[in-house]
Structures are given as C-alpha cells and as structure tokens.
Design a protein around this ligand. Structure first.
Ligand SMILES: Cc1ncc(COP(=O)(O)O)c(C=O)c1O
Length: 454
C-alpha cells in the first residue's frame, strides 16, 4: 500500500507550495499533474504512487546508461568518501587530471586543453569569452561579435541566450542580450523543394560566406550545434556543412565553436557529431551525457595555440578569467570517468546503431500520416514534425499546444515524451531495448492521434 503522506498527491501539493520549476508556466499545474519521482531503474522512472514511466527523452538528454546505473553510482559513492570538492585554483585532483587526459584522447585531434565549468550554458559562456579574449590578446579588440545559426539553442544564461534563436526563450529577454549575426540554418526541413540535404548545406554555406565577407573583421566566432539543432525542434542537417564551416572559419580568421552539449557522447551515431565531417573545431563544448546524466559538469576543449595566447607573465594581464565555485568538482569528474569507461568496455555505439535502425523501421509508417510533414533521424535522435496541413506544411498554431496533448497521453500510458512544440521526438537512454522502442513509438503514435483529433 502506498502511504498517502508520501504519495504523488501529497508530494505534488508540497512541491507547488514552494518550488518554482524551469521551463514551466506554473499555472499549467492547475491541470497538468506534477509527477514526483522517487526512484530510477535503467530506462524507467518510478513515481511516488509506484507508477513507472519509460524515459523517452533521457531526462533532458542527459542520461546515457540508465537511471541509478549501479556502476556509476558505486564510483560516485567511493569518490564521495574520498574527496567531495576542493578549490580548483592552485589545487587540483586526480579525477580532473585523468578526465582531461581522457577527453583530449577521445575528442577530434588538436583539442588539447580542457577548461571545466558546471553546466552547459556556463560552457557556452566560457567558449564565447575565451574566443573574444583570444582575439583581444592577439591585438584584435575590434572582434566583439558572434555568428549563430537561425533556430539555434545554446542555453539560457545571458551570453548563451544571446547566441540562441528560439523565440520562446529569447524574445522576452532580448533587451538584455548581445545581438549576434544570424546565418541561415542548413536545416534540411527548410530546404528548397527537390533540394537534397547536401545541396541545402552548400547553399547555406554560400550565405554564410557572404555574411563573413561583410563581418569577419568584427566577428570572434561562428557557433553551431553540430548535425542536430535540438531545442529548436530537432532540426537536422548534412555533415558537409561542418566541413565547409571549418574551411570558411580558417579562410576568414574566425573561430569555430562546436556546441556538442546535446549531441556529444554517441547521440548522433558517432562519439562526437563533428567526427561525421572529420573536423576539429576551435572550441568544443561538452556537458549533459558527459556524466551519464548523474551530475552537472561541463568542459570546453580548445587548442594549444589558443591556450598559448593567454600564457604570459602575470602583469601582461592576459589570463582567462572565468570561475565557478564548483569548477572541476571531483564527484562529477569521477562520474564522468566512469561514464567514459563504459564506452570503452561495452560496444555502445554498435548497439546504438542496431537500436537506431529498429527505431527507423518503426517510424517509417508515420511518413504517410496526414498530419506528419517529416520524420527525421540522426543516430539515437528521431523526430516527427506535426503539421495542420501536410501539403503546405502549415504548422499548428503554438497556442493550440498539440505537443502538450502528446505529453499528457504519454504520462497516462507510462511513457515520458516531451514534445518541442509540434515536434514529437525520441532521445532515449542507450539502455533501452527493441521492446522499449516499440513502447515509445506506439505510445507516441496513439498520442499523435489524440493530438490531431480536432
Ligand atoms: C545544444 C545545447 N547547448 C547548451 C545547452 C545548455 O545546457 P544547460 O541546460 O546545462 O545549461 C543545451 C541544453 O539543452 C543544449 O541543448
């Protein structure tokens, strides 16, 4: 028997009395249930009434190897008994050293320096500041601007939000933000009729070139989400855009910042998305899956050349200044090391390829659905674009909140789906099997039928 005092209703009531949740109009909870989770087991979350939910979105794209993964939990417990935290200026520790060595080893060549922060947005702040400061140290203080792609999302602190282009998050705070130059996204969904994703990428590179011809002298960096623009609606593009971007950044002397916070660690089929274009960015931002979904941690990798531009006598005033109290937290670093050890010990990417192929097969019939304009997939990320009218691809008005209906259907049927507006997507933890994928897809299909019913 569930104890009513610690069941869903009691916990939800207490929560709503004091807690203010992210990405939420709290008023929604007058009708949308708040779900108190008490336990996680692999791909499942268990609520306070004992109901189970298959986590189809890896809890905001963080979880890789299952909730409460015993191997990671054991590593964390051991580290907690040894060293929980230490100031990371003047002091260091083995987990941070070893993690930096490991990240340098597994990321694309030329990324030899690791700067830690404690969440994704903070990593973006670091990369933006470091890029600007590099040019300043090189005598190019006139470079103060950034280029971002339309539809991009890089986080919600003011700097990260500045280079983001999702109106929902940006519009209200626009008066507080830096203004980036926006280059049109190579998003294949927005391609011209009859154009292949590769042709779209090529055309968009031409437009980026024009922007750089005009503004490279005042631009520090181009920042992109490699292959998949996640929060912008899981919009996907051809890898040739990244190789073209590398060439343009070199030609015009601007940095290439790869935000692999969501797409890193195997999500797109390779360990890092940049590998599919065989490019090394000047900065690579990592977080989320870095700790397997256990703890907040982020890392910005960059080159020795950039590092050397800061390396000087103290009084030259060239040092990079960015610090968070929990930089390089030993617990998080230890957990990240254990996560990377799982990649070494198990055929994770190979297994993911089989799961991704199964997911693709299961999604195939949805292409014919009268309210589905696109089914797209890159590795373990798949998305379904719902539209009011298939022929014209006219979207449902955002105010109709069709995605919310899919979310509520999922909750009622034991599946956590959290559509981005009209885009229903899957980004499951890697511990799912084919039957889990079947449940995700079947529930999504039934949810979509309910969402488009009137
Ligand atoms: C591509 C990308 N960059 C940055 C962030 C921000 O990370 P965080 O939520 O840890 O601040 C996110 C979060 O979803 C993201 O998807």
């Amino acid at each position: 028997m569930n104890n009513p005092a610690s069941g869903n209703a009691a916990l939800a009531t207490r929560d709503l009395r004091h807690v203010w949740h992210p990405c939420t109009q709290m008023h929604d909870h007058e009708s949308v249930p708040m779900v108190p989770i008490v336990r996680g087991e692999g791909a499942w979350l268990v609520d306070a009434d004992g109901r189970r939910y298959l986590d189809g979105i890896s809890s905001w794209w963080t979880n890789l190897f299952g909730h409460a993964n015993p191997r990671i939990a054991a590593a964390l417990a051991e580290q907690a008994r040894t060293l929980e935290h230490v100031i990371f200026a003047g002091f260091t520790h083995e987990p941070a050293i070893e993690l930096a060595e490991e990240l340098v080893r597994i990321t694309p060549p030329g990324l030899d320096r690791v700067f830690y922060a404690d969440n994704g947005s903070a990593a973006i702040e670091v990369a933006l500041k470091m890029s600007f400061h590099y040019w300043l140290n090189q005598g190019h203080g006139e470079k103060t601007r950034f280029i971002a792609l339309t539809g991009s999302y890089h986080g919600e602190t003011l700097g990260a939000l500045s280079v983001s282009d999702v109106a929902l998050y940006r519009k209200t705070y626009a008066p507080l933000l830096l203004t980036p130059f926006l280059a049109p996204s190579p998003d294949a969904y927005e391609g011209e009729p009859g154009e292949s994703p590769e042709q779209t990428a090529k055309r968009r590179l031409g437009e980026l070139r024009t922007l750089l011809e005009r503004h490279a002298h005042e631009t520090c960096a181009v920042i992109v989400e490699p292959l998949v623009q996640c929060a912008g609606g899981m919009r996907m593009y051809h890898p040739s855009y990244l190789s073209g971007l590398r060439v343009l950044c070199d030609e015009f002397a601007v940095h290439f910042i790869a935000d692999e916070i969501a797409v890193g660690f195997g999500r797109t089929g390779t360990l890092f998305a940049c590998e599919q274009a065989m490019v090394s960015p000047d900065f690579m931002c990592l977080s989320k899956g870095l700790t397997g979904g256990f703890l907040p941690l982020s890392a910005v990798l960059t080159s020795e050349r950039i590092y050397q531009a800061f390396y000087a006598e103290y009084n030259a005033g060239k040092a990079f200044l960015h610090s968070h109290s929990y930089t390089g937290n030993p617990l998080a670093c230890r957990v990240a090391l254990e996560t990377l050890a799982i990649f070494r010990d198990e055929p994770v990417l190979e297994r993911n390829r089989q799961l991704a192929a199964h997911l693709a097969r299961r999604l195939q019939p949805l292409r014919a659905h009268p309210h589905v304009a696109d089914v797209r997939q890159t590795g373990m990320i798949a998305a379904i674009e719902l539209v009011a009218d298939k022929a014209s691809r006219r979207p449902y008005p955002a105010a109709e909140r069709r995605g919310l209906r899919v979310y509520l259907h999922g909750l009622q049927h034991g599946v956590l789906l959290r559509p981005l507006g009209n885009v229903v997507y899957f980004m499951p933890p890697y511990v799912v099997d084919a039957s889990h994928i079947d449940l995700l897809v079947d529930t999504a299909i039934a949810g979509i039928e309910r969402a488009v019913a009137d």
